[in-house]
Design a protein around this ligand. Structure first.
Ligand code: FE2
Length: 439
């Protein structure tokens, strides 16, 4: 007896229709037809069955704190950091846990089952660290939650930055973080990267840096991060988050920089929802978009994963744990509208995020864990277009969230009484094929 049998499914690479059989929490067969009874059958009806979403860059200690103690009036990164500083002394472990657990409920509802969250260590009490270590334990049965020791106010700029980071790692935080562009000088920023890469090498940990989240084209900490990664033999274990200054850099300099990033096998984690709003605030017109050079990074073979960064906190007033929103924004803000690039945007919020976090490849395969999402869309691009409903979220063979298709009642003369948004497009197989890419 199968635990779950999914029938009539399409996979992200276009394979289908297939059935997927699950036993004891693992996928045991993927084939056009699968015989045998099942405790639970899910007819996907030709819809997409994809790996769960992954968010490789988030701030769970600040999430859902919008308006506490006040709103960010300028909309800038720096006012956000100042505002968080006002809230920090008032944090309690209980309140941080309560907000984080509520966010995790939302994440599961949206099929988001792996999250890397930065956690502020510039706090003598380490309230957020203790709270999120407990949250990591509580959600472990259904979310892979990874914590980054993040000196929000600077490893050297804040008097407790380095001490707090070491204490957090000693308490069991997984990844080493930094924010070089917020240190007092470029030199301090470079020194902070040398220090955290040494710590990571010593302890066998990964690194994830808030790197060059600025419009300043001379903010080049990514170069130092790549060099320190190579020096310490950390290739493949280091991520550069944001990298927004790259959009304003000189092209010749970037032609040297990108091969260096590739040599260090850094992961790039742009955060399009946040940086389209935070960056360019000092510009008049034309106003910069504030995203790093995603197509060029991809072309160099660098793993690019997209992060959400914030949901209703001092830096961003919107957000809903929906990684399809993140992919949707990236497609617009880059812009990247070829079918290949839109298909990449889906990978960037699923498999590429897992790679950046050092998790196993979540692609559905026989013998792998039964973790997947049934989406109310026929392919990844349609999923992004519709921010498709998650009809079922499955974790290790258990359905942990369910949602109905989006059906809307109409009252119009001579028109249907109801429409289902996912039915309002040509069938996938009828769609025009993309021609060769234009130079
Ligand atoms: Fe961040």
């Amino acid at each position: 007896m199968h635990q779950i049998l999914v029938t009539n499914a399409r996979l992200p690479d276009g394979t289908g229709p297939v059935s997927i059989a699950v036993r004891e929490g693992r996928i045991v067969e993927i084939a056009p037809q699968i015989a045998g009874a099942a405790e639970r059958t899910i007819d996907a009806g030709g819809r997409l069955v994809a790996p769960p979403f992954v968010d490789p860059h988030f701030h769970m200690d600040a999430t859902l704190s919008l308006g506490m103690p006040r709103l960010n009036r300028s909309g800038t990164l720096l006012e956000g950091i100042a505002l968080w500083g006002e809230l920090k002394p008032h944090l309690t472990e209980e309140a941080v846990m309560e907000r984080a657990l509520r966010y995790c409920d939302m994440a599961v509802a949206r099929g988001l089952l792996a999250i890397r969250t930065h956690v502020d260590v510039c706090d003598e009490r380490l309230v957020a660290v203790r709270a999120l270590l407990e949250v990591r334990k509580r959600v472990a049965p259904y979310i892979d939650l990874q914590l980054v020791a993040f000196p929000q106010d600077g490893l050297y700029r804040h008097k407790r930055g380095e001490a707090g980071l070491i204490e957090a790692l000693d308490l069991g935080v997984d990844v080493v973080g930094a924010i070089p562009h917020f240190e007092r000088t470029m030199e301090d920023g470079a020194a902070s990267l040398a220090r955290i890469c040494a710590i990571a090498a010593e302890r066998g940990l990964m690194v994830d840096v808030h790197c060059d989240e600025t419009d300043d084209p001379l903010s080049r900490h990514i170069e130092t991060l790549a060099a320190q990664t190579i020096r310490h033999g950390l290739e493949g274990r280091v991520a550069g988050s944001h990298l927004t200054s790259m959009h304003s850099m000189d092209n010749y300099y970037v032609s040297k920089l990108i091969p260096l990033i590739a040599e260090a096998r850094l992961h790039a984690i742009p955060n399009p929802l946040i940086n389209i709003t935070l960056q360019g605030r000092a510009d008049t017109y034309p106003r910069r978009r504030g995203l790093t050079r995603i197509p060029e990074l991809r072309a160099a073979g660098i793993n690019v994963a997209l992060g959400q960064d914030c949901t209703m906190d001092p830096w961003y007033p919107l957000g809903s744990a929906d990684m399809l929103d993140v992919a949707h924004m990236a497609i617009h803000a880059v812009p990247m509208t070829s079918r290949e690039a839109m298909r990449f945007a889906f990978d960037a919020v699923t498999v590429n995020g897992a790679r950046a976090m050092g998790l196993p490849d979540p692609t559905l395969r026989v013998g792998g864990p039964a973790r997947f999402v049934v989406l109310d869309a026929r392919d990844p691009i349609e999923a992004i277009r519709l921010r498709a409903n998650r009809l079922a979220v499955v974790h290790d063979g258990r359905v942990i969230a369910q949602e109905a298709p989006r059906t809307i009642a109409l009252d119009l003369p001579g028109r249907p009484q109801t429409i289902v948004l996912s039915d309002y497009a040509p069938a996938a197989e009828d769609r025009p094929q993309e021609g060769p890419a234009l130079a």
